[in-house]
Design a protein around this ligand. Structure first.
Ligand SMILES: [Zn+2]
Length: 297
């Protein structure tokens, strides 16, 4: 029987497990609801186990990779902290390895998305790029010479919490003026007002010509470009690969982003702007990366 490596993306609202081919094709998936942060950690173990078992469908597992929305100690297989999950200072890999009897590897969700992008997406044509996800908040990953650059403590890439406004809005992280307070799905909803249920509704309204929605997306794009200008000045990447739900706004977002990036970049006019590329792996990137992590270690 061929080996079975399952990837699981564990986000704030849902658990998505999947089997992925060696070429990165999603073969089958299963999903469960994520128990809230205050739930017993074992409830999340159970939800993940059910999703993995549904994907396995009676076949023996070889290994499992987990993409976790939170701070992860990769070497020890621990979840240190998560805003949304009941796993806190949690020996996740050891406990689930004991339960399932196979190796369990885990990494942060944006790192997993970067692993997927490297193996199956923009990494096929670029070896130095930044992955920046603009969804509810902002996530980031640094790709250097074809591999993920994690920093001294595995915590590199927190671009969403770079301060762009002194004494600005209070962020969920406790600091003020963070980029994601101005350039994210949450910021988009705040700017668009109460008439819209979620970011997708704002994007749909903007595509239909709604001026309030267009203005909100333009503002988010403008701030996003300011943030990216700082990153390009710091890292000089060959490309900026943009993922996350807000990127569905397409040029309504990326047009203003590009203008602001050029306006705020040091030495603009005397250097080539890196292209803004939409991430190739889409919304399942975390799960696909987790499956690749499980396969490759
Ligand atoms: Zn912050």
């Amino acid at each position: 029987m061929s080996p079975l490596h399952v990837g699981v993306d564990i986000g704030g609202t849902k658990v998505l497990a999947g089997e992925v081919s060696t070429e990165g094709r999603v073969l089958r998936t299963a999903r469960r609801r994520t128990p809230g942060r205050l739930a017993d950690p074992r409830e999340l173990d159970d939800a993940v186990t059910e999703a993995v078992e549904e994907v396995a469908d009676g076949r023996p597992l070889t290994s499992v990779g987990l993409s976790v929305a939170g701070l992860v100690d990769v070497a020890r297989g621990r979840v240190r902290f998560s805003t949304h999950l009941p796993w806190q200072e949690d020996d996740t890999a050891a406990r689930l390895t004991a339960r399932w009897g196979v190796p369990v590897l885990l990494d942060n969700d944006v790192s997993c998305a970067a692993i997927a992008e490297l193996a199956f997406g923009r990494g096929l044509s670029h070896s130095d790029f930044l992955l920046v996800t603009i969804g509810t908040g902002i996530g980031g990953a640094i790709i250097h010479r074809g591999s993920l650059w994690r920093g001294a403590n595995g915590m590199a890439g927190e671009f969403g919490h770079v301060r762009v406004v002194p004494d600005g809005r209070v962020c969920e992280c406790g600091m003020r003026g963070c980029l994601e307070e101005y350039a994210s799905g949450n910021a988009l909803l705040r700017l668009a007002g109460d008439a819209y249920e979620d970011g997708q509704a704002v994007t749909a309204a903007a595509h239909a010509g709604d001026p309030v929605a267009i203005q909100a997306i333009t503002s988010v794009g403008d701030w996003f470009g300011i943030g990216l200008a700082g990153l390009v000045g710091s890292f000089d990447p060959a490309a900026l690969v943009i993922g996350g739900g807000v990127v569905d706004a397409g040029e309504l977002l990326l047009g203003p982003t590009r203008v602001a990036l050029e306006r705020h970049l040091v030495g603009a006019g005397h250097r080539d702007l890196p292209p803004l590329l939409v991430a190739a792996c889409g919304p399942a990137a975390g799960m696909v990366g987790a499956a690749h992590l499980a396969r490759t270690g």
